[in-house]
Design a binder for this molecule. Structure first.
Ligand code: NAD
Ligand code: AKB
Length: 316
């Protein structure tokens, strides 16, 4: 392995739901010019984001990635580019190509240039045989293509650490709820879309049933968890390093609609499940995150009420 070309940060998939917030947070911590945002898309002309360096890059372009790493003096990659579960069920081949192929490109570059990598996993690694509250050690038998690519990502990440010493870290994010950027084609998108619909139209048609309960998390907690695990001492991380369970909030779609209606009394919600119901039914209700608590002191801050208040006041 060569020396890292520098200590700047590269973010892939930076225009997505997480990237939009993570790039801003990293720029506050490390300086605007030290965080290079990249995506296969280009930013909207009217958008103020990304307020700093941006390059057009596909994560499947290994040569282009290595060129940016060398030219920009990169030492750490936050690898966010992916195809999420709902889009992945519609186009499983694209999902496999981007999620597995992109991760291999990033890990190979990290191996060549001795880079540190954050590569998120998902609660989608669990399948129908997992307990309602899935443990770190519960079986990983997902039925979706997206879930299978996330299991592969964790296996690859741990393998690159054990075989080549690449410092790869990851979290099994629950469904993330945020207001700055739209959700990007996942099954948990209803828990984001419902807020804008409630505020703009007073009504939402939810694509999962009222009693669907899934693990979720407010974005501020997810960004904090990402920064925490990346700052954690190397020795504190165990074999879960490529995909720690992190617990946020667990609620049903009906409970979410009720909480919103407490704040917006005219709000109504219909529940009309589509193909995403099957995906949601294959995932656990919640996760247990004891190893993340023990190894690097993880604890979420937001409960359902606080998250709903923040979403409504920020969107309004
Ligand atoms: P997103 O869909 O909002 O953003 C992904 C970004 O990747 C998009 O901007 C897209 O243009 C880009 N992209 C797609 N193909 C690309 C390619 N070939 N090259 C470069 N960029 C490409 O996703 P997100 O919600 O920001 O998720 C980021 C990561 O976090 C993913 O790995 C996802 O699996 C994981 N995750 C997200 C959630 C969530 O609820 N948002 C939950 C669990 C895990
Ligand atoms: C999705 O629904 O696909 C994502 C996830 C939980 O990984 N939000």
């Amino acid at each position: 392995m060569a020396e890292p070309p520098g200590d700047r940060i590269l973010v892939t998939g930076a225009l997505g739901q997480i990237g939009t917030e993570l790039v801003s947070s990293l720029r506050e911590s490390y300086g605007k010019d030290n965080v290079i945002a990249t995506d296969i898309r280009v930013p909207d002309e009217e958008s103020s984001f990304p307020d700093g360096p941006f390059s057009n890059l596909s994560v499947l372009d290994g040569t282009g990635m290595e060129k940016i790493i060398q030219e920009e003096g990169i030492g750490t990659v936050y690898h966010l580019a992916a195809i999420l579960s709902a889009t992945g069920e519609k186009d499983p081949e694209l999902c496999q190509r981007v999620n597995v192929g992109g991760t291999v490109c990033v890990l190979e570059a990290a191996r060549d240039f001795e880079l540190k990598v954050f590569a998120p996993s998902s609660i989608a690694v669990f399948g129908p045989d997992s307990p309602d509250i899935s443990l770190q050690s519960s079986p990983l038998n997902p039925t979706t293509m997206y879930g299978k690519t996330k299991v592969t990502g964790e296996i690859l990440g741990l393998n690159y650490w054990k075989q080549y010493g690449v410092d790869v870290r990851g979290l099994r994010f629950p469904g993330l709820i945020s207001w700055k950027a739209p959700a990007g084609g996942g099954t948990t998108d209803y828990a984001v879309d419902i807020f804008r619909a409630a505020i703009e139209f007073g009504h939402y048609e939810c694509f999962v049933s009222e009693d669907t309960r899934l693990p979720m998390m407010y974005m501020d907690d997810a960004i904090r968890a990402t920064e925490r695990i990346m700052e954690a001492d190397l020795e504190s991380l165990g074999d879960s390093r490529a995909g720690y369970n992190i617990k946020g909030i667990s609620f049903t779609a009906g409970e979410l609609a009720d909480k919103i209606a407490e704040r917006i009394p005219e709000f109504t919600c219909d529940f009309i499940p589509d193909f995403r119901q099957k995906v949601a039914d294959s995932w656990p209700n919640d996760v247990d995150d004891q190893p993340a608590r023990d190894d690097w002191g993880w604890k979420a801050d937001y409960d359902l009420g606080r998250m709903v208040d923040e979403m409504i006041s920020n969107i309004s």
